[in-house]
Ligand binder design. Structure first.
Ligand code: COI
Length: 351
């Protein structure tokens, strides 16, 4: 190992983990991994018992939002092998987010060794089946205690784990946001800036008021082109099975790693995909006329989540209750995790 990682072990968890009814992100591991950036270099890589943080009131991330996060999943196969899914891709995205927010690059060796060491300590938090996962949350933020608006000179990287079941329980309906926007060209829409999620909360509140659990964002210029759901990338299925999804080129949607995995799996299971700009009118008319037969979201937390209806222009545009294409992709996703579908090099990072 290139990085010296100090280990301060915590005692084992005493209360049993409710594997059959895991909530999302409420049960935490016993440890967390930390590293600090100071004096122009990363230092103090360590594993500590999971604990609260003490921060000065001036902590710049709290004021000016130099803060980002990632979400990854690790699994245990039936033969007992454990792995992180697409670790390097998540690390690359973390650094793309960091570059946009003028935060220092996190070296791959530091990131992967910290995580590896943490996961060895958290062995007992790996769920017993591929139906659940060990969700990994890296969070990276500015820690200078001064109030000047400028890039911080000090940072903290934290990584911790939470065993998780499904992100959504029950049917998901999406509120097409007609007014607020998530990202404009040139903004931070393509990265996992913490502030992107804060900016989405008001729309989620509006969504809940009409019986939806997520928002579907439209483009900031015309409020017409579909961007993504508030927690997931968006896919639409045409009658006959072709997938449609908005492209990444405008830089206003997250380059989802699950999105990319779905594009890979679609080819494997013989589904055509078109990445192109999609008008909300094209989609709602398509639903009304039976040309769009399924809508689903993809994300690390949500995996593949069928969306039953879109709320737009004052009414629900409801989809058929069957989701054969989403189901086929979910099955292929499980086959990829179990090893029945061979993964491209580097996607399965053994720990
Ligand atoms: C993830 O899918 O991992 C995310 O970070 C999205 C968040 C809504 C939990």
């Amino acid at each position: 190992m290139a990085w010296e990682i100090a280990i301060h072990p915590a005692p084992p968890r005493e209360t049993p983990i409710p594997w059959e009814s895991l909530p999302f992100g409420r049960i935490f591991g016993q440890h967390m991994a930390l590293a600090e950036y100071r004096e122009g270099r990363w230092q103090q890589a360590r594993i500590e018992p999971f604990h609260d943080l003490t921060l000065p009131p001036g902590t710049s991330a709290l004021h000016y939002g130099q803060a980002l996060f990632e979400g990854m999943k690790a699994y245990r196969r039936t033969d007992g092998t454990r792995f992180v899914f697409r670790l390097r891709d998540h690390w690359e995205r973390l650094n793309r987010s960091a570059a946009r927010l003028t935060m220092p690059e996190v070296p791959y060796e530091l990131f992967s060794e910290l995580l590896q060491t943490l996961l060895h300590r958290e062995e007992n938090f790996f769920p017993p089946s591929l139906q659940q996962a060990l969700y990994i949350r890296p969070v990276y933020f500015a820690t200078d205690p001064w109030l000047g608006v400028r890039p911080s000179e000090t940072y903290l990287l934290l990584i911790y784990v939470t065993p998780v079941g499904p992100y959504y329980s029950g049917e998901v309906r999406a509120f097409v946001e007609p007014e607020l926007t998530r990202a404009a060209i040139g903004g931070t829409g393509a990265i996992k800036a913490a502030g992107n999620y804060a900016a989405a909360l008001l729309s989620t509140k509006k969504a809940q008021a009409v019986g939806c659990s997520v928002s579907l964002w439209l483009d900031a210029t015309h409020r017409e082109l579909i961007e993504e759901f508030s927690t997931m990338n968006a896919f639409f299925v045409e009658k006959g099975g072709r997938l449609l999804t908005p492209p990444l080129e405008r830089g206003t949607i997250l380059a989802g790693i699950t999105r990319d995995t779905i594009l890979f799996l679609a080819a494997k299971v013989g589904l055509e995909v078109e990445e192109r700009e999609l008008s909300i009118y094209e989609i709602t008319e398509g639903i009304a006329q039976g040309r769009i037969t399924e809508v689903f979201g993809t994300g690390t937390a949500a995996t593949i989540m069928p969306v039953r209806a879109l709320y737009f222009a004052g009414k629900f545009w409801t989809l058929p209750s069957e989701n054969p294409v989403a189901q086929k992709l979910a099955q292929a996703y499980r086959a990829l995790l179990s090893g029945d579908i061979p993964a491209p090099a580097g996607w399965i990072h053994r720990v």
